[in-house]
Design a protein around this ligand. Sequence first.
Ligand SMILES: [Zn+2]
Length: 328
Amino acid sequence: MKRITSIAAALALACTAVAMFAGSLMAQSGPGVYGACAPEKQEIQAGALPEVVDEDRCPVEGRVISDGGIGAVVPEPGMTVTADATSTDGHEHLTVSNPRGDEILLSDVGTEPSSRASSLESRASGPSPCQDSYYSSRGYKVYKYNRWYANIKSIPGGLSKSGAVTAMKRGGANIFRVEDSCGIRDRVKGELRYEGGTSRSVDINSNGTCNANDGKSVIGFGDLPQGTVAYACVASWVVNNAPDRVASSDIRLNKEDYGWTTRLRASCSGRYDVESSVTHERGHTFGLGEAPEGSHGNLTMSQDSNGTCQASERSLGRGDAKGLNSKY
Ligand SMILES: [Zn+2]
């Protein structure tokens, strides 16, 4: 009896070994799978992929496409995700689109050029805001309205909760009401509707990745990679022959590495203004892209923040306003 048992055990072991061998062979050499998409790689490096990724050659479901410190979980068929990181010295942007579920389209892969003349320079360079008509546009917009929530418990202890929510609301309104200092009329037809507090977290990871989106737009504070002050993820539905329709847009402000304020007093030191940061990120929600920092640094949509203890980005420049009006 004992002997039979051990023969059976030996047989079972042998079978397992054969199965493992066969498994590793298949994993290694699935015909045509891009090297960057090998099954053991949970994160797929965008730079190692073609701009159009055949999903048969890259089983991407549930995996993260990464690019220069930012990334996004591949969205469900029919959707696009755009990730934007606002940093102290540069900016990263990545778009991952899954229009039909058979191929993934990547754009803005690679490090965006940091055009700031000197990182010690605190004043932005370029024409004054009302003399600068530059804007760049993304392929999506807010149709009618987007409902959003604030993750109240994430608001840092030093800030009044209601004050922080007010600053978030104002940041959004600065965009959809086109609050510029140049006298340009508001022609934006989309708007934001605040629905209250939520305990749900933003769909953004501390490592700077847009998670699979849950369809709920949330603004909150939390951790982000060192150097990243704020981060926005916009999920949109692909629309044929018209701009894609924003489904949800999450924003995280980095409270682990940076201080925040909602009221700029003379005593302010080293704190970023919540309303200014949210204004820039809401520009992304409404479909604006970045303006190059070196030549258009006074626009709200310029790549980098104009720094702490100032509120210049609350007010839109000519290009920001024109860019919004041109989409709606
Ligand atoms: Zn940005």
